[in-house]
Design a protein around this ligand. Structure first.
Ligand code: MN
Ligand code: MN
Length: 467
């Protein structure tokens, strides 16, 4: 071997820059990552709403020996429990060898994604076409949601209180839905609009039918035909839409992206790409030192408000319950606890490089990104992880050979955003954001790297297992 020059030697010892995971791990681990992602792809194909995620994860948890949390039961090290919050959020917990009063380890991810909800009275007819009125959910670029195949998911409660589950537009033989856009030939005025106004909220109308009930004269026969079909299929009437939660999502299946199959394209990576690894890490946590909790929450995309979002008390109440069961106080447990706020960050996009600051941005394939702070402008709305906690997390990942990088959300003053981190920090818990870098975030077809998905799992697992 040639001797290293002083420059080479000092560069190696003193400088730091995150590297492509392929340069850091064995080929066998790349294969492990690829196979881990096959499970993730299946999850992403099946789970397109928060309710579907809860159902899938609870079923998988039961198979792994988790039981529904019972306040009156005494739990011991290694016991595994879940608690469902209104079918839209779920807490998974594995009791540790140490008592909860020594603190618990929390991984918090969200299972809601940007989408298009139906309005309470959605169905109308205009010139013999039937359409749904919608109200979009979360931060979307509206123009991206036109002229793509869409599916309808959700629940409807009928007059007698009985529940109907809806999932249509995913299978090959099922009809799909679409939001139409204007042809370029007649789009001259529309093309003068800004990108933000290219399609407005009230233009996000879903085409659901176009044939009349009969050839009778009379108004709204196409609408009536749709109501008849809905009544036959689901037993519902128009009034039942008022007591429903119906979500329109992209119906394109998940695919590998690239000749090398290194990436995954699909809807809802934000934040199921962290929720799935966080759930798997809880499933694989066998008798950990500290009690491990994965909380998979709803409503992050609209600000974490509401009783299924993390601004509500449901996580705090669960921790109070497990604290009381061992004769401790919930607030004491929380004060000693820590949390990885598991959410995605914006991956560097070579096509739009001007919004990123390369030294402090995450890149696909460089592992999970640790985001010390989020927020906008002068860190407004951030919880900003302490240097002490950053040191702990760095040590957890390095000691378990987790490939990780640091990053913030774009250039200073380029925009900004937030996660659930600050709401958990408000409970007096040490928190930092850790997640997977995403390309085309919040679009109908987001892109992540397989190696990063696997490193998220490895990272959450290392955090749960760290002594
Ligand atoms: Mn997110
Ligand atoms: Mn988001």
């Amino acid at each position: 071997m040639e001797e290293k020059t002083i420059v080479e030697q000092l560069s190696e010892e003193l400088t730091y820059s995150p590297k492509h995971a392929c340069r850091l791990v064995e080929e066998s681990e790349v294969a492990t990552a690829d196979s881990f992602c096959e499970g993730y792809k299946e999850f992403l194909n099946i789970c397109k709403t928060e309710r579907e995620c809860v159902r899938y994860i609870v079923d998988a948890a039961k198979e792994k020996g988790f039981t529904e949390y019972d306040y009156d039961k005494k739990y011991s090290a290694g016991d595994k429990v879940y608690r469902i919050n209104r079918d839209k959020s779920v807490i998974l917990a594995v009791f540790g060898k140490k008592p909860c009063k020594d603190g618990v380890r929390i991984a918090a991810a969200h299972i809601d994604s940007p989408r298009i909800d139906l309005k309470p009275s959605p169905l109308y007819e205009d010139e013999e076409m039937a359409l749904f009125k919608t109200h979009y959910y979360g931060g979307i670029k509206k123009y991206q949601w036109t002229a793509i195949p869409l599916s309808l998911h959700g629940v409807i409660f009928k007059a007698d209180g009985s529940r109907v589950d809806v999932n249509i537009g995913e299978k090959d033989d099922e009809p799909k839905f679409v939001i139409t856009d204007l042809l370029p030939h007649l789009g001259e005025e529309q093309m003068k609009r800004t990108l933000a106004g290219g399609i407005t909220g009230e233009e996000l109308n879903i085409v659901v039918g176009s044939r009349p009930l009969t050839n009778d004269k009379g108004g709204d026969l196409v609408k009536l035909n749709i109501l008849k079909l809905l009544n036959e299929k689901y037993g519902i009437t128009e009034k039942d839409f008022v007591s429903a939660e119906l979500e329109i999502v992209p119906s394109m299946p998940v695919s590998d992206i690239g000749f090398d199959r290194s990436l995954i394209g699909g809807y809802g990576h934000d934040d199921r790409v962290c929720a799935y690894p966080a759930a798997m890490a809880a499933f694989d946590a066998d008798s950990p030192e500290y009690t491990c909790i994965s909380v998979l929450t709803d409503k992050e995309e609209t600000g974490s408000d509401g009783n299924t979002g993390l601004q509500s008390s449901y996580l705090k109440y669960f921790i109070e319950d497990i604290a009381k069961a061992e004769g401790s106080e919930g607030y004491r447990v929380l004060s000693k606890s820590s949390c990885l706020s598991a959410d995605v960050n914006a991956a560097f996009d070579p096509t739009f490089s001007s919004v990123y600051e390369k030294k402090n941005t995450s890149f696909v394939n460089r592992g999970i990104v640790v985001t010390k702070y989020t927020g906008a402008r002068g860190k407004a709305g951030t919880s900003d992880a302490s240097a002490e906690f950053m040191s702990f997390v760095r040590n957890v990942f390095d000691s378990a050979d987790v490939v990780w990088q640091h990053g913030e959300l774009g250039k200073v003053d380029a925009g900004g955003g937030g996660t659930v981190a600050k709401y958990i920090a408000n409970l007096d818990v040490d928190v930092v954001d850790v997640g997977v870098p995403v390309l085309s975030m919040h679009s109908p077809y987001e892109v992540v790297s397989k190696l990063d998905v696997y490193m998220a799992y490895k990272g959450f697992k290392a955090y749960f297992e760290h002594k």
